[in-house]
Design a protein. Structure first.
Lengths: 422, 106
């Protein structure tokens, strides 16, 4: 039994060995290289150092700033600035002693335990954590190239693309058509396209009331579908329309020259087109067979170690973690479970049972939030949903419940980014 | 309490969180680390989602049990607590009750 008093002692550090003494042993300690500076990578680096302050932890981040996909839809809708979703690694370096290297990992050698960086340097590791996120599959949609994305933005990696889509919406004439195309599963942030469509509909209803928002979906079903459809009927009737894959929603090709988006059944000439293309694990996670040629990486449930190569762990969007969705929340908790597993494995101790949960909030309007949850455990080295933990906001709920969940969504963002980056 | 005395705690600045070597403590910390995603680092979050630190231990334990057992309405908490055991709830309540809200630095 843990008493209040014993926790007080722990929390006040009365029993804590000094950080200095553990640092003096650092030379003999293991090096963990974490690739990727998002919710997975940054969280893992931090919790590795919290788990064992003597570990040599190197975080490879592609840029000095991280711009999050969560709440980038609110930026696109003009509700908040891009700076509000922009974070740095300064606190992780300063407070936790994480070495941050700004580069991209280009190659992995699982035999020599080496990672090669875009600047040509090579880092050795005792254990590597890959949290590189996704890569957009250029060419998977006929006509959709890197060049085409400067005209029809994807905005599925936040940053300049987010701002481009925002500008296009601002410049769009009243009466213009906004088309959002959604790929088949799996892709990053399952409810993201529908939140985006909702918030864009909110924007045009306020500022360009004759404009229309059209979702062209490859699928017939999506997460929180009943809740979204009901909310759209209530809030955006006549403004927002969703076309299912079987009803002609599936994207066939785009023609940038003519500004045309073509599906199985129809052709559209939108004022603004947001093409969310099919995705796969980022390049570094598809090296040396890590994805077995399938685009995403199989991992062991308790440790998130690759099913293909030893001493390489893969977390976040790049990994196959069903039933945990490809969400920021998922990446954060996978990172903590992975960090705890690595600390144990390096000490040759038993790996603790991971604690894994997820909540995805979506804003349908600034004061209208909905959510979906799940909690998970490991059974026969597979992740399974704990009975009764999965579910969504109720279909019938008063406005105050929707408003409260919208407030929770904002609070969640503040708290998860603090947990990840500070 | 001897095993707790062996627990490895790392104190970095204001942070007093670690995995420890004691199995119960480690399990408690692992669960608490998931709480912090929404409730903020060390449970001291800001905004509409309530901070969970500095409450009465018994009250917090009872609140978590009431959510889990369907005696109290909530948005996400009743579902997320489904896999959490009696002893884990006790330990979580003890942990968060022991933490105090911090005065804002800066």
């Amino acid at each position: 039994m843990i008493t209040r008093r014993s926790f007080l002692q722990l929390a006040t550090g009365a029993l804590a060995p000094s950080l200095l003494s553990s640092r003096s042993q650092a030379q003999a300690k293991a090096r963990v290289v974490v690739v990727g500076g998002g919710f997975g990578g940054a969280t893992c680096a931090k919790y590795l150092r919290l788990g064992d302050a003597s570990l040599n932890v190197i975080l490879i981040a592609p840029q000095k700033q991280f711009i999050s996909c969560p709440f980038s839809n609110a930026v696109i809708a003009g509700l908040q600035p891009l700076t509000s979703v922009t974070h740095t690694y300064d606190t992780l370096r300063r407070r936790y002693g994480i070495r941050v290297v700004y580069a991209t990992a280009t190659a992995l050698d699982p035999v020599k335990h080496h990672i090669t960086l875009s600047d040509g340097k090579t880092l050795s590791y005792d254990r590597a954590v890959l949290a590189p996120g996704i890569e957009l599959q250029w060419g998977a949609v006929d006509g959709y190239t890197v060049g085409a994305s400067t005209i029809f933005p994807h905005a599925w990696e936040a940053g300049p693309q987010t701002e481009l889509l925002r500008r296009q919406l601002e410049m769009m004439p009243n009466g213009g058509l906004v088309v959002i195309t959604v790929p088949e599963n799996p892709y990053r942030c399952p409810p993201g396209p529908y939140e985006r469509a909702s918030l864009i509909a909110h924007y045009v209803k306020q500022h360009k009331p004759r404009a229309k928002v059209l979702i062209l979906d490859a699928k017939d079903n999506f997460t929180k579908k009943e809740l979204f459809i009901a909310a759209w009927k209530e809030l955006y009737s006549g403004t927002l329309e969703w076309i299912a894959g079987s009803q002609g929603g599936r994207l066939q090709r785009i023609d940038i020259q003519k500004g045309i988006v073509r599906t199985d059944f129809d052709e559209y000439k939108p004022a603004v087109a947001n093409i969310i293309p099919p995705q796969r694990a980022a390049t570094i996670a598809r090296q040396v067979g890590l994805d077995e040629g399938k685009g995403w990486c199989r991992v062991r449930a308790s440790t998130f170690e690759s099913a293909v190569h030893r001493d390489v762990h893969i977390i976040g969007d790049a990994a196959i973690t069903n039933p945990i969705p490809k969400s920021a929340f998922g990446a954060n908790v996978e990172a903590k479970a992975c960090a705890a597993a690595i600390v144990s494995l390096l000490r040759a101790e038993p790996v603790p049972e991971p604690v894994l949960m997820n909540t995805c909030y979506s804003l349908v309007a600034p004061n209208y939030g909905i959510s979906i949850t799940g909690a998970y455990r490991v059974e026969n080295d597979a992740l399974v949903t704990i009975t009764g933990s999965d579910g969504t906001s109720p279909l019938d709920a008063p406005a105050e419940v929707r408003a409260r969940e919208a407030d929770y969504a904002h609070s969640w963002y503040t708290n998860i980014t603090a947990d990840t980056f500070s | 309490m001897r095993s707790l005395g062996l627990a490895l705690i790392i104190v970095i600045g204001q942070t007093a969180l670690a995995y420890g070597t004691d199995a119960t403590l480690r399990r408690t910390m692992a669960i608490a680390h998931v709480c912090t995603v929404c409730h903020g680092p060390e449970g001291r979050g800001t905004g509409a989602i309530p901070s969970v630190v500095g409450r009465n231990q018994d009250d917090l334990g009872e609140l978590l049990r009431a959510f889990r057992d369907g005696r109290r309405n909530g948005t996400v908490m009743p579902r997320l607590l489904q896999g959490v055991s009696e002893s884990e709830i006790d330990a979580l309540a003890a942990y968060f009750a022991a933490l105090k809200p911090l005065p804002r630095r800066k």
